[in-house]
Design a binder for this molecule. Sequence first.
Ligand code: HEC
Ligand code: HEC
Length: 375
Amino acid sequence: LGLCGPLGCSCNEAPFPSDAELELLRELQFSPTPPPDSTNRHADDAAAAALGDMLFGDASFSSCGTISCASCHPPPLYALTVATRPGCRGTPGRNAPSLTTVAFRRWLYWDGRKDTLWSHPILPLTRATEMDGDVQNAVTTLQSRYGAEYLAVFGSMPASDPDPQRVLSNFGKAIAAYLRTLPQAVATFDSRLSELISAAEQDIAAGGGENHVRALPDYLGFKVFVRKGRCIACHKGPQLSDQLFHNLGIKEPDAPDRGRAEGIEELMKDPFNGGGVYSDDPDTGRIKLDRIPTDLPDEGAEGAFKTGSLRNVALTPPYMHNGTLMTLDDVIDFYDRGGDPSGFLGMRAATIIPLKLSADEKAALKTLLQTLDAQ
Ligand code: HEC
Ligand code: HEC
């Protein structure tokens, strides 16, 4: 360790990447297809996706007649460049995430109160701050505008289903099928990552050092992301998210938000969760619910939020669950100072400590994050 080649690394530091770091880098590699979802038997059904595409843009499901899913998640990024916007009655309290890679996410909402993609749309459909729709109007609208398509996918007409809640779950299953078809684009990040991995393999084959990796444009950015910045402790895997929840100690402008703690309470009593009667594979759905306590971070669920995916991150400001960080520079400064000193609930994650990044390191990290744009 610490033996340096002629192009050098500072001699008190092990060459980057170490074997363990190289393994983490390999796990970041792009994956084009979302994981299967057996709780939705129509997840990969093209007719369901075509129906979902129409439902996603239809404002007649809202009480005010002007709000659809696309109002707050407009293509091509399925995101707004402000935290959120008003729905029919009031405004949702959190930052609306981009939906381009939503089918890869294990939990939905910043607090993970939804465990499946198909059960998600039911909440914005019926909640006052989004579409404020009611069940009866949803059934009538599906019947009159989409009866034939609905029948072809689900085998009966919406109005003839004795259980209107099942019609809502089918509304969600069609939209989920649509969201699963959003195309996944390779980013510059992915080709730079492949180059870094093969350069690291060449360095290892040559007996160590950094001769090959050091020559690459994003060498410093990757190094800060993995080593000094510890970003990869949580931003790991193909979505650059561990799909878990952490408390970063983000200041809340309004009342403290309990995050995952409240999300778990809502999820467990949700009749549409993956273990419930509307799930097409409740056994698998229940396994996921049962694992929740083991997946909690050391600091607990209070004030913890989902690790955001970093794909397209530069294109989708503002940042964090409450949208209080406006730019990537703000985010990097936030981590660099070790989170906010006050204003958070519960305990901050142990990995959120002052990083003491130099100006070059911050700039390199920002440039790396910008290579994740894929639109
Ligand atoms: C008035 C704005 C608004 C409308 C309308 C709206 N959303 Fe959202 N959406 C949001 C906000 C804000 C969040 C984040 C909420 C949270 O985490 O508490 C969100 C989150 C989501 C998420 C979770 C993403 C993630 O990674 O956690 C999905 C999926 C989603 N919306 C789909 C939909 C669908 C489908 C519809 C239509 C049925 C819809 N939204 C309507 C604002 C809106
Ligand atoms: C302890 C785990 C952890 C570490 C370490 C970590 N993050 Fe995060 N990151 C998260 C969580 C959790 C969120 C969402 C937090 C919230 O909204 O309350 C997040 C959010 C973000 C966001 C905003 C995503 C969005 O769409 O709003 C960016 C950008 C980001 N992190 C970059 C980084 C960078 C760069 C580093 C390294 C300097 C880093 N993170 C280190 C867990 C972590």
